[in-house]
Design a protein around this ligand. Structure first.
Ligand code: BJW
Length: 233
């Protein structure tokens, strides 16, 4: 893979699986016993904000029990050492890329460690539990706060920036994502249409595998460091 200057990397739940965070599709459609519609839609939050806050509070607290793995660390190293540009886009809401050394991460589906005020659109770092009684640190509204997570039916973050990066990349790499959720699932076709090489690194074939020019199957902690070494050698 010579003459590569601009790389876009998309990661999904599979990259954090070996750190001990359960992937979505492997959870059998239930997250901690809840249906997706209950905990990952604006309608579910409106119907039962106490339950949804409890669900995300548990997942936020669980971040303190997990560590970045060799795949996160390899991507952090790539972003810091590679002579060209590495745009790292993740669908994950954990902070393992940052703790693995990555300095510029686009969290297109939001972050567990962020709070969002629906009343004034203020965002802030939120390491503690949120509740229906939490007060917005900016506008002091009570009850308008929500986890800073992109739920189904909502627009993912930084789509303009991601599309610009896809348009200008020579190589698009998808790591540990099933390709079941859009718009991320469509990035490979966009990158291909703009002339990029495309590579999928995943435990097993996915429904999007046919769109990639090359697919490698295996655990991320093995495939990602191998691939990063080949790029940096
Ligand atoms: C390993 C491994 C190891 C395991 N090593 N690999 C009909 C058709 C098309 C689209 C739609 C439709 N109906 C509705 C839509 C749109 C909808 C959508 O895509 N729905 C699908 C279900 C069909 N999308 C949206 O609503 C999005 N917004 C939107 O489209 O806005 C309009 C728009 C239009 C045009 C442009 C832009 C926007 C918003 C999507 C929000 C997704 N949110 C979630 C939940 C976040 C909350 C939370 O975390 O609690 O984000 S859903 C969930 O899925 C989460 C993930 O980020 C996302 C992707 O999952 P991911 O990461 O791929 O995980 P898995 O579990 O699916 O896969 C893991 C993979 O890893 C597997 O392949 C394993 O094999 C592999 N693996 N161990 C390597 N060790």
């Amino acid at each position: 893979m010579s003459n590569i200057e601009n790389i876009v990397i998309l990661t999904g739940a599979g990259i954090s699986a070996e750190s001990g965070i359960q992937t979505f599709r492997d959870a059998g459609g239930l997250w901690e016993g809840h249906r997706v519609e209950q905990v990952a839609t604006p309608e579910g939050f409106a119907a039962d904000p106490v339950l949804v806050h409890r669900f995300y509070n548990l997942r936020r607290a669980a971040l303190t029990t997990v560590e970045p793995n060799a795949a996160h660390i390899a991507l952090g190293r790539l972003q810091n050492v590679f002579a060209g540009e590495v745009t790292l886009v993740t669908q994950n809401v954990d902070d393992l890329h940052e703790r693995g050394g990555a300095s510029r991460v686009i969290h297109m589906h939001g972050e567990l460690l962020s709070g969002f005020c629906a009343a004034c659109s203020h965002r802030w770092r939120q390491a503690e539990d949120l509740s229906v009684e939490t007060v917005c640190p900016a506008c002091h509204t009570v009850g308008g706060l929500r986890p800073d997570i992109v739920w189904f039916g909502e627009m993912p973050y930084q789509m303009d920036r991601i599309e610009r990066a896809l348009r200008g990349c020579d190589l698009f790499v998808s790591i540990g994502t099933s390709g079941a959720v859009y718009p991320a699932a469509g990035f490979v076709q966009l990158a291909h249409a703009y002339g990029a090489q495309t590579l999928e690194l995943n435990l097993e074939p996915t429904q999007g595998s046919a769109f990639f020019s090359e697919t490698r199957n295996g655990p991320a902690t093995q495939l990602v460091p191998e691939w990063v070494n080949s790029i940096l050698s």
